[in-house]
Design a protein. Structure first.
Length: 172
């Protein structure tokens, strides 16, 4: 698996020579250990993006409550363009804001966590694997409201109930 915070307006990192040269690539192991490393990198990007995410988050709220989270989810659903990746690339909030909110589940989770954390909600990443493979296959943001963790995941229909064999969390 490869990680990066891309720095270009082009959308296909893997096929663009400029992006490949200007991308910080690193190898991480597969399986649960690699998932934990990836989640930690995502949390760092989300924390780094709090100031960039704040204007988008504040535009979603009237009163900071559960409805706020639904508005953030709605903003992400209407703004993001989902794109599969051949190699895993993590994009920071600054890149997403500057280049059109395009990415995959980890990019959407980073933006969601930055937005919700910037307005005071405890946020975390949840990685799941639907079966018993070594690899976790999906990640999304969750936001704590009271004692409940509410998912923000514009890559699936609203209200999706996740079926999974394994789950890990990383707090932002």
């Amino acid at each position: 698996m490869n990680l990066s915070e891309a720095n270009s307006s082009l959308s296909t990192t893997e096929s663009d020579p400029f992006l490949m040269r200007n991308t910080k690539w690193s190898w991480i192991p597969g399986g649960p250990a690699g998932t934990l490393i990836t989640l930690e990198a995502m949390a760092n990007l989300a924390r780094k993006g709090l100031n960039d995410a704040y204007p988008f988050a504040i535009a979603c709220i009237e009163n900071v409550d559960a409805l706020t989270i639904r508005k953030v989810d709605g903003f992400l659903r209407s703004s993001f363009v989902y794109r599969e990746e051949e190699n895993e690339v993590l994009r920071g909030v600054d890149w997403l804001v500057a280049h059109g909110f395009e990415g995959d589940c980890d990019d959407m989770a980073i933006m969601g966590a930055s937005m919700t954390k910037s307005i005071g909600f405890p946020s975390r990443f949840t990685a799941i694997k639907p079966y018993n493979p070594d690899e976790f296959e999906h990640v999304f943001c969750e936001v704590r409201i009271g004692t409940d963790w509410v998912p923000i995941d514009p890559t699936v229909p609203y209200g999706t109930v996740y079926q999974h064999y394994g789950m890990v969390h990383e707090y932002v």
